[in-house]
Design a binder for this molecule. Sequence first.
Ligand code: SDX
Length: 428
Amino acid sequence: MEKKAELHYEGKVFEIPVVTGTEQENALDISKLREQSGLITLDRGFKNTGSCKSAITFLNGEEGILRYRGYSIEELAEKSSFLEVSFLLIYGELPTQEELAKYTNDIDIHTLVHEDVKSILDGYPSKAHPMGVLSSLVSALTAFYPKSIDPNRSQEQINGTIIRFLAKLPTLAAWSFKNRVRQPIVYPQNGLSYTENFLHMMFSLPTNNDKVNPVVSNALDKLLILHADHEQNCSASTVRIVGSSHASLYASVSAGIAALWGPLHGGANQAVIEMLEEIKADGGDVSKYIAKAKDKSDSFRLMGFGHRVYKNFDPRATIIKKAADDVLKELGVSDPVLDIAMELEKVALNDEYFKTRGLYPNVDFYSGIIYRALGIPTDMFTVMFAIGRLPGWIAQWKEMRESGEPIGRPRQVYTGATERAYINMENR
Ligand code: SDX
């Protein structure tokens, strides 16, 4: 029987249907609220507002649960691969052996980008941040694949765009980095795994063609799995709302990359390392920075701490923290900022300010330490997040298009001037 809620307002009673999801979450369906009552809702930052029904990812912030299409992040991180997880997110099921082989091959043969991308890259100064370069190169893909501009084309056309996107993003990312360090670009090599190919394009030089260390490529594959989707976060919501205007997948994800760049979102992984470096340079006294984070008159925030949904722990941070330990040991790397990070976590987790606000390390707190151990430069950390999140953005955009979502257009409560007559210049 359909559940309902009642709204009592100005002597009237309005019935509001309640929608229940497969994990027994309940939501007021207010799609007819304004029509019935003249009321709208107001919810800064959409902290209590669901934007859609989705079957892709389930999060439970209180219990620290994260599942992609019903599979736990812990099992996927341990047993799956990033390409297999990307297939799961986008198409809804784990691939068969044949499906995965075809999918991998289709991606493998589309990793090259048009040679004219090099002329676009040449236009960027070396100090250009790779996230800004990546967002614009992704948007520029519409120039090379004009048929992708119309998202209402055949399923085959859309699938071709999806495969091309997964194949070319690592190439664009690696070339953005090569532009930054003013090194010659390195072309993708067929037959390498997804992460091996990316690392090959990032770090190979004409003078060496060293094989990629499997410890590094495996660790990166696990990190990409952990970043692959996260339901209606800021950048995924951006991709959905831009796509709801029937903008192309490339244009929608280009906007998502821009949203991810912010230090409160994906840009936090870069900000965490910069914060840890600052603490190290300042003598390593974590208590001073804990005090700054608690001081309301100080704009300093403990980057990598806190989350809109997770209020006990971020399951990804738990996995990444262990992986950081393992990778540094396997690579024989000791990184003093890891010790500072562990100390910061220990002090914060015993501090009432953080405990009462449910502020715990999130996915970004430890990821930068691994990226650094893998040789990834700091301002490429958020680019790594974007590569990991691409399948999630694609899955969210595809679900939004296939479910025929209307164009996203929120309402507002107007608080500006009421009507007034124009004032001629001489009377101002
Ligand atoms: C990601 O949404 C997702 O799923 C995102 C993500 C994904 O996979 O897509 O998980 C990836 O973006 C992780 C978050 C990375 N960002 C950071 O690490 C930046 C630092 N953290 C924050 O700024 C903050 O915690 C947010 C942005 C993550 C969440 O902010 P909310 O939910 O809007 O919470 P809030 O800003 O309202 O804070 C609530 C209270 C406030 O104090 P009071 O007003 O109650 O006294 O907690 C305080 C805040 O001042 N607070 C912090 C803090 N984060 C929140 N105080 C100090 N340091 C912090 N990091």
